[in-house]
Write a protein of this length. Structure first.
Ligand code: UDP
Ligand code: MG
Length: 344
């Protein structure tokens, strides 16, 4: 007799485990999910954090767009620890309409974690991610889905005109420009939170074990076959942005420390520079003393010695940092490369 039951692995990947009974140690086989036809084709994943005033409009517009797709779909809403009544509203809506699935996180974990939870719990072969504040108009979803052609795994978006406050736009531009500088030309960074992807992309994200799961950055880093689609961006009608200058700075710092060893390397460079200047000064002082018989006063000598030793110390810290950097990336255990597909 064969018993099937859905099983979530540690990685959160959906697998079906087939247990063949009657054999002493049950044979565990990972088989393709045969209940796949029951799964919707498309999952729309939306993180919600304190968006009470927008819930009804969000749900009705999402459902309208979903119904018009003429494909099977689900709307998966992740409540990221809201404390303003968003969850109660969402609960009522999802109880009345089975197209909505609702996930509640125990507390506020941040947008990235909420999205990751949504990705893992969603069941569709195609996953749409968008914000819940309706700045990404759900009506643009069909355009993104149309761009997900056979050879494309990821559709990202660029905004015709970003309808946000000046500070928010500048903060975002800085984050993107700074990130792009860290990665160099080989990675095309797109930080938009409105995107469509195949499930294979989520499986590849699971292969990245680092704690800093800045979803958009990881997806950009993977260099998957993708296209950018231009979409409308609307101003927030109600509620407020959850990102202020401080949270944006934290994100930038997360980007730097999560994706590069640059700060550690900077210490090495500073040390090299200091030691080099100190060395030049000392050589000059020695030369003056020996060749020209000039004894330069104590302060200058002290400065030279200080610059040299400060440089050497920084350099030593930098070397330690280089090894720490290696430990850091080893612990992240991110794969060395991502295979797009194998054609046989
Ligand atoms: N969000 C979330 N958890 C958070 C912060 C934000 O789930 O801790 C959600 C929020 O409800 C919205 C999306 O992430 O759907 C984007 O947030 P926001 O509109 O504040 O960001 P902005 O548009 O300013 O980038
Ligand atoms: Mg927003």
């Amino acid at each position: 007799m064969v018993v099937r039951h859905p099983h979530f692995t540690e990685k959160g990947l959906r697998e079906q485990v087939e247990i063949v009974e009657g054999i002493e140690s049950p044979l565990l086989l990972v088989v393709p999910n045969k209940d796949m036809d029951k799964n919707p084709e498309i999952s729309i994943v939306v993180p919600v954090y304190n968006e009470e005033s927008l819930i009804e409009e969000l749900c009705s517009r999402l459902k309208c767009v979903g119904d018009a797709l003429n494909r099977s779909y689900e709307i998966l809403i992740v409540d990221d620890g809201s404390d303003d009544g968003s969850f109660e509203k969402l609960k009522r809506i999802s109880e009345a309409d089975k197209i909505f699935r609702l996930v509640k996180l125990t507390r506020n974990f941040g947008q990235q974690s909420a999205v990751l939870a949504g990705f893992r719990i969603s069941r569709g072969e195609i996953v749409v991610q968008l914000d819940s504040d309706l700045q990404n108009p759900p009506e643009e979803i069909p355009k993104l889905l149309a761009a997900l052609t056979e050879n494309i795994d990821l559709v990202t978006t660029i905004h015709k005109k970003r309808q946000d406050g000046l500070l928010r736009v500048l903060g975002s531009k800085f984050l993107c420009g700074f990130g792009q500088m860290l990665f160099g030309k080989t990675v095309k960074l797109n930080l938009s939170s409105f995107r469509v992807m195949r499930r294979s992309v989520i499986e590849k994200i699971e292969a990245c074990k680092d704690r800093s799961r800045y979803m958009a950055v990881l997806m950009s880093w993977m260099g998957l076959p993708s296209v950018e689609v231009e979409v409308e961006h609307h101003a927030r009608k109600k509620g407020e942005t959850k990102y202020n200058l401080l949270t944006l700075m934290k994100l930038s710092w997360d980007l730097v420390t999560g994706y590069s060893n640059f700060p550690l390397r900077l210490v090495t460079y500073m040390g090299l520079f200091g030691a080099f200047i100190g060395f030049l000064m000392m050589a000059f002082l020695l030369y003056q003393r020996i060749a020209n018989g000039i004894l330069i006063e104590g302060f200058v000598v002290l400065s030279a010695v200080f610059a040299f030793f400060a440089g050497v110390q920084l350099l030593s810290i930098g070397f330690l940092g280089e090894y720490l950097g290696r430990v850091h990336s080893q612990i992240q255990d991110r794969p060395d490369y991502i295979v797009e597909k194998v054609i046989e």
